[in-house]
Ligand binder design. Sequence first.
Ligand SMILES: NC(=O)c1ccc[n+]([C@@H]2O[C@H](COP(=O)([O-])OP(=O)(O)OC[C@H]3O[C@@H](n4cnc5c(N)ncnc54)[C@H](OP(=O)(O)O)[C@@H]3O)[C@@H](O)[C@H]2O)c1
Length: 292
Amino acid sequence: MSITAESMATGPTTAGRSWFVTGGSSGIGRELVLAALGRGDSVAAVARRAGDVADLAGRLPGRFLALELDVRDESAVRAGVDRAVAEFGRLDVVANNAGYGLFGAVEEVTDAQARAVFDTNVFGALNVLRAALPVLRAQRSGHVLQGSSVYGQTAHPGVGLLAATKYALEGLSDALAAELAPLGVKVTLVEPGYTATAFLSNLAFAEPAPDYDPTVRAVQRSLGDLPPEAFADPARVARAMLAVVDAEHPPLRLALGGQAENDMRASLLARLRDLDEWAAVAREVDREPVSS
Ligand SMILES: NC(=O)c1ccc[n+]([C@@H]2O[C@H](COP(=O)([O-])OP(=O)(O)OC[C@H]3O[C@@H](n4cnc5c(N)ncnc54)[C@H](OP(=O)(O)O)[C@@H]3O)[C@@H](O)[C@H]2O)c1
């Protein structure tokens, strides 16, 4: 059963956690907001236009806070986190979900387009982390959900810059998880495959160069031809995120969707094959042998 705005006021009250969710206006983020509210949690939802979450505001006084801000604006993010803490008294889950896609060959993407997608997907997430982590550290508890993607583990023609932002999140999260574990704060990278949201219609595109027709444009056409059933249900993605937050031992990485899992597994096996095939060369650079 999917959780709707109608069911959330009467949903079961369980954990009573406080959430800070970016990208709460649409898609996965909106479903996450609804699911958390639906089971009795409190949510501060970030939207660039407060009107996009206006239907939620006022229905659950004291449990829902709309924050109109752009994650690229560090001082606005800090003020938003402060307001959420003032409203709820604490933060239990921080979902760095806001993001958008950019499609084009690596060479086709302009400097401005590349910087812009990093500004939102990576530097926006960093703004949230710098604002929220002092709260979680002081509590010695909390869970950070990092909005990664299947493209945080693998990439194909056309998604190089989008994947670069998600790989950046993955790398910093590997370090972050180890930094925060002794302080009682958990980190999970959420890695959905294709999901039925406005993501594809919000894609930015690079100016096409004909040499990339057989690769990048072929992928673009194949994406356009995907049937609706190839896209996961964002409400199910949100439910999986709730399950991770509830888990005693949550994973560092959560692949979501069978195709995403297949693609990531193939990519990881290819990496292992490269490691194995080139292990002798790798070890030749050592001055002293290192045990395996
Ligand atoms: N859908 C997929 O196939 C898929 C697959 C893997 C990963 N993901 C990831 O899932 C996350 C959510 O995407 P979605 O699929 O739910 O797409 P979506 O429906 O387009 O939602 C994107 C959300 O990000 C917000 N956002 C974008 N730029 C922002 C900014 N500068 N400041 C604040 N908010 C901003 C949008 O807010 P506005 O309404 O203000 O634009 C919107 O709420 C993204 O990080 C995406 O990379 C999606």
